[in-house]
Design a protein around this ligand. Structure first.
Ligand code: 5RP
Length: 257
């Protein structure tokens, strides 16, 4: 890995802890103005001081993020279908030049394993990695698995391993039973997506489990910005990810208004 690639990656994954708290706010790229992100600037601004890296589209970076902020940016560069269409029918929407212009520390796209268009999303990942390597730009593969496959370790392990084989530099996937098996088969860092909003204590427990089983952090959205205390929640997640706090300690941090 050359200097540029390592340096960008170190803006996302803290070299001191080997972990990251990424805040995912890219949902609008197929869901539109989803709950909690209708006014993205208002939601995200108070969370930025507690965030290592935003996962976000270029349009929202340009319109809603203060350029003076030192938060790292991982740019979602895939898209196409809306929530009303076939979600796997994605292509690359944002150029590498744009990612560099926006001073991104990484780029990310979804792969859909076991779904329609599986092969195209995988070859798109290969193309993105080929281009990203030329500029020292880390690539995040976001794993989605076909509906009939479910979020089980054997399928998530398949998707994560495929992402690593194709050359992604880090991968995002969901928590599942036997998550450690997903980690075992994947030589690149794994960050955990949060999924649908669940009670805060459960989300903290899921985070602790994922970290204990080998995750390199989180790329979490709804369980932070849809919480009744988003700042408390991201601080609590941070305490688990970077400081090894227990769920009880983290819940206390979340509970402080
Ligand atoms: C959607 C994404 C989102 O960033 C991902 O779902 C993370 O957000 P959440 O924690 O809300 O699930 O990549 O494809």
């Amino acid at each position: 890995m050359d200097f540029g690639m390592k340096n960008r990656l170190s803006h996302i994954i803290n070299p001191k802890t080997g972990k990251t708290v990424m805040l995912a706010v890219d949902h609008g790229y197929f869901q539109g103005p989803t709950t909690g992100l209708k006014d993205l600037r208002k939601t995200v601004t108070p969370l930025i001081p507690h965030t290592d890296c935003l996962f976000i589209t270029r349009g929202m970076v340009r319109n809603c993020i203060d350029p003076g902020s030192d938060v790292a940016i991982c740019l979602r560069v895939s898209g196409g279908p809306s929530i009303l269409g076939e979600l796997s029918n994605e292509d690359i929407t944002t150029s590498m030049e744009e990612a560099i212009r926006l001073n991104a520390s990484g780029v990310g796209m979804s792969i859909f394993v076991g779904a329609k268009n599986e092969d195209r999303t995988i070859t798109n990942l290969g193309r993105l990695v080929n281009e990203a390597e030329r500029y020292g730009m880390p690539v995040l593969a976001v794993t989605a698995v076909g509906k009939e496959m479910g979020r089980e370790a054997r399928y998530l392990a398949l998707a994560c391993r495929m992402a690593a084989e194709i050359g992604a530099h880090f991968v995002k996937t969901y928590y599942c039973e036997d998550f450690y098996k997903v980690v075992e088969g994947c030589p690149i860092p794994i960050v955990m997506a949060g999924g649908k909003k669940i009670p805060e204590r459960d989300a903290l427990q899921m985070t602790e489990n994922a970290i204990k089983e080998g995750a390199s952090g989180v790329d979490m959205g709804r369980n932070i910005f849809q919480s009744d205390n988003p700042v408390g929640m991201i601080k609590a997640i941070r305490a688990i990810v970077h400081k090894g706090a227990s769920v009880d300690e983290a819940f206390e941090i979340y509970s402080k208004k």
